[in-house]
Design a protein around this ligand. Structure first.
Ligand SMILES: NC(=O)c1ccc[n+]([C@@H]2O[C@H](COP(=O)([O-])OP(=O)(O)OC[C@H]3O[C@@H](n4cnc5c(N)ncnc54)[C@H](O)[C@@H]3O)[C@@H](O)[C@H]2O)c1
Length: 255
């Protein structure tokens, strides 16, 4: 049976992804720092394997992956590097601790997860590392500058590891949602939420994760997967339009 480990899978997009893969008959591991949310996940879905994980701690990753792969014969088909946090506010108004918190979870947490999962993904062969990126990595976003910058890191990490791990049969992909209906998007720190709306459901993101990890015959390798038409339009226009125009569009959307 195929297996997926989801960090931060007890709520939001991770939870929807767990439900999607459970419905497809996969062995699903949901590991999270939130004990109450894990309990509710377990109560609703008895088949799911749950456990505690703090992505900021490499030892916590080692223990959680060892725990989950006891149920899978020592291999892992997908690590869904999903856990992420956002602290809204202009950089001058948030604390150094809030800056560190976002970098620790969104940057170090994802990187430690990739490192710890490597041997299990390699053992599985034809496996995937999925990294949750964000439309806020299309152009730097005022009001959520640190969060947005952490997602630029995710984009770069994904591209680098996709090349680095190709020899091991591991595909690495980035999923790019625009604002989605979860607790993370409950912020008024950026005007982009009002300009663009919160129109994407966690289930849509889960669908895109399923699609990205089941690409069929791929003639051209693909690394980045937008979620929603607006994200695709913004991503494509940012590649094609002059930077001054992209800056002006983002100023209108976010400031
Ligand atoms: N919701 C959006 O609008 C949106 C848009 C683009 C990208 N994303 C990304 O999608 C991912 C999931 O976000 P979401 O919207 O579902 O958020 P959410 O807040 O609904 O859920 C995040 C989950 O991560 C867990 N978590 C937080 N810190 C953790 C830690 N240190 N260790 C383990 N688990 C931890 C939380 O307990 C929670 O269960 C994030 O990486 C986020 O940046 C979200």
């Amino acid at each position: 049976m195929s297996s997926i480990f989801i960090s931060g899978g007890a709520a939001g997009i991770g939870r929807a992804t767990a439900v999607r893969f459970l419905a497809e008959g996969w062995t699903v591991g949901v590991y999270d720092v939130d004990a109450a949310a894990l309990e509710s996940m377990q109560a609703e879905h008895s088949a799911v394997i749950t456990g505690r994980l703090d992505v900021r701690d490499p030892a916590s990753w080692e223990a959680a992956l060892a725990d989950f792969t006891r149920h899978t014969g020592g291999t892992l088909d997908i690590l869904d590097n999903n856990a992420g946090v956002l602290v809204g506010g202009d950089l001058a108004d948030i604390t150094p601790e809030q800056v560190k918190f976002q970098i620790d979870v969104n940057v170090l947490g994802v990187t430690y997860g990739a490192q710890a999962a490597y041997k299990y993904l390699k053992a599985a062969g034809k496996s995937h590392l999925v990294n949750l990126c964000s439309a806020s990595a299309i152009y730097g976003q005022p009001g959520i500058a640190t969060y947005s910058a952490t997602k630029f890191y995710i984009s770069g990490l994904t591209e680098a590891l996709d090349l680095e791990w190709e020899k091991d049969g591991i595909r690495v992909v980035a999923i790019w949602p625009l604002w989605a209906k979860t607790a993370l998007a409950e912020t008024d720190a950026t005007k982009s939420i009002k300009t663009l709306g919160v129109n994407i459901t966690p289930e849509q993101v889960a669908d895109q994760i399923w699609h990205a990890t089941h690409p069929g015959l791929m003639v051209v390798p693909r690394v980045h997967y937008s979620v929603g038409r607006a994200t695709t339009v913004l991503a494509n226009s940012s590649r094609l339009a002059p930077r001054a125009v992209v800056r002006a569009i983002n100023k209108f959307i976010a400031q």
